[in-house]
Design a protein around this ligand. Sequence first.
Ligand code: ADP
Ligand code: MG
Length: 232
Amino acid sequence: MLKIDELTGGYGTSQVLFGMSFAAQAGEAVSLVGRNGMGKTTTVRMLMGMLPTRGGQMALQGRSLTKLAPHAVARLGVGLVPEGRHIFGSLSVEENLVATARSVPGRTSWPLARVLTLFPRLQERRRQSARTLSGGEQQMLAVGRALMTNPLLLVLDEATEGLAPLIRQEIWNCLRAVKQEGMTIVVIDKNLGEMASLLDRHHVVEKGRVVWSGTPAELQQKPDLAHRYLGI
Ligand SMILES: Nc1ncnc2c1ncn2[C@@H]1O[C@H](COP(=O)(O)OP(=O)(O)O)[C@@H](O)[C@H]1O
Ligand SMILES: [Mg+2]
């Protein structure tokens, strides 16, 4: 589904990515994990067409994303839950969702009703303005907004940051449900243990490239690796 191959680039004269490579098969959930400042968000910005690449290739279902503008990447089927929530506080929950809705012929699998079924808290609050939601609910709304674009690939950048453990669990449960529907997912998050039951594969990022990849069970057998690259 997704292939990221030897990406390089950064900001001005500062190079951040040094040959970033990873892939996700259709229906898989994979992570990018690693300490702050290692280039995970930079990778997401390049994937979404928000930051130019200097080298390397990116493809979705074999179609190149490498030189595409953000709207074209979204149209091909990449949905992003960005770092920070980026919802419209003055709009209602439902208006926030409808604002990103994109029906795709043959692929409209996430109409409003289905997103609201996935998140009953959003259903209950659909007429409230988004700013009245709790942090966890706002994050659910951000996930719902990404689903409303009917993506083939869902990318979540620190979606559980700042949330209480029980709320994080709700987010993971929803993502498991979305995965069961066949969604391919790339998740960037610090909560390794909590993601274990969602993920097929971790990619450990260090200084702008993947230095290790393996299953959550394999990572658990490598405490030295977790300590060295993840600081845990
Ligand atoms: N807009 C920017 N301009 C300049 N440098 C940036 C910018 N965004 C991030 N960086 C730098 O790029 C490096 C990687 O950052 P980032 O991709 O955000 O890391 P991560 O998401 O893994 O924490 C860091 O050194 C960070 O300071
Ligand atoms: Mg980041």
